[in-house]
Design a protein around this ligand. Structure first.
Ligand code: ING
Length: 311
């Protein structure tokens, strides 16, 4: 028995601050057509894939911030992606900044959608773990103001029945928290899709800069193996507005083995045949959750964070 699905991690190189969404969509369409020629059924784009990674700047004018957000999906600029999904019978994961206008003020999320092979939205996720800081910190060579521009996601970690399996979604910093993968694993994830924008330089801990590529694959591989799931990690990469973003897009099988990874830091497809039935190699033989977990001993994991160790 096997349930193969051919997946592409569609790594994107830098997106300039003034690069119109239509230009980025054209780059994505080129990758979708290239992927189609190779039989790809699901293509995964990065986090915040429609614009430059704007949380690197302190922007005081909310109108300027909101210009990086979408208030409708699909919109006129992104409709061609949905049309291509239907034309090519190729689903996609797309990260973008989502603004939800409201009476009591707008809400802002770092969001991804899952679109099926008919071009329909079948899943949505709003990033839960927001790294960085809330106020301008001019000592940094660049900011990381996700905690200023977004609020934490209100949808939880969900699984979507699509592409013949159970698909989980997460975004960037989520991958560094084992709880992300465990919740998705406990919900039966067979493939977890994760887009990311990861600067090589981390101002609070520059002594770790040389470890960024290692940490990226470490957390993705651990998440895959410990939960018996495929993992697809997709970078926005390269020197983007002067900021060096790591690449390393990859597809990882349920044993934690990287089966395909990006060579460069530009627009690049990383493709693999993913047999979703291979999750059983781990789920049935190694980490049989119902047999081997001991949740009576895990209470601290969900205790209020104030009860955690003092830094
Ligand atoms: N970027 C980074 C990430 O989690 C980061 C932030 C980098 C946190 C390195 C800790 C260490 O990959 C986003 N967008 O979350």
């Amino acid at each position: 028995m096997s349930r193969p699905i051919k997946i592409a991690a569609a790594q994107l190189g830098p997106i300039a601050r003034d690069e119109p969404r239509s230009a980025v969509v054209k780059r994505c369409l080129i990758l979708m057509h290239e992927a189609k020629a190779k039989g790809v059924e699901l293509i995964v784009f990065p986090e915040l894939a429609l614009t430059t990674f704007f949380p690197r700047w302190y922007l005081e004018d909310q109108t300027e911030v909101d210009a990086f957000f979408e208030t409708e999906m699909p919109s006129a600029e992104t409709q061609p992606l949905f049309d291509a999904a239907k034309e090519l019978s190729m689903g996609f994961y797309l990260g973008y900044a989502e603004r939800v206008p409201g009476e009591e003020g707008d809400r802002h999320f770092n969001t991804t959608i899952l679109v099926d092979q008919q071009g329909e939205i079948v899943g949505k996720y709003r990033k839960i773990h927001l790294p960085g800081h809330e106020e301008n910190e001019p000592w940094r060579p660049f900011q990381h103001l996700e905690r200023r521009y977004f609020e934490s996601g209100d949808m939880g970690f969900q699984i979507f029945d699509a592409f013949g399996g159970k698909v989980g979604m997460a975004i960037c910093n989520d991958r560094r928290w084992p709880e992300t993968f465990r919740v998705l694993g406990l919900k039966g994830a067979e493939v977890v899709l994760i887009g990311y924008n990861t600067p090589r330089h981390y101002p609070p801990a520059p002594e770790h800069d040389h470890l960024q590529d290692f940490h990226n694959h470490l957390v993705l591989q651990a998440g895959a193996y410990q939960n018996g799931t495929w993992v697809v990690g997709v970078a926005k990469a390269g020197i983007e507005e002067g900021c060096d973003l790591i690449g390393g897009s990859c597809i990882i099988d349920p044993t934690g083995t990287i089966v395909a990874k990006a060579e460069g830091v530009g627009d690049e497809l990383v493709i693999a045949d993913c047999d979703l039935d291979r999750c059983d190699e781990i789920r049935k033989k190694i980490f049989d959750f119902r047999r081997y977990r001991e949740p009576d001993n895990y209470a601290p994991i969900t205790a209020p964070k104030e009860t955690g160790p003092k830094q």
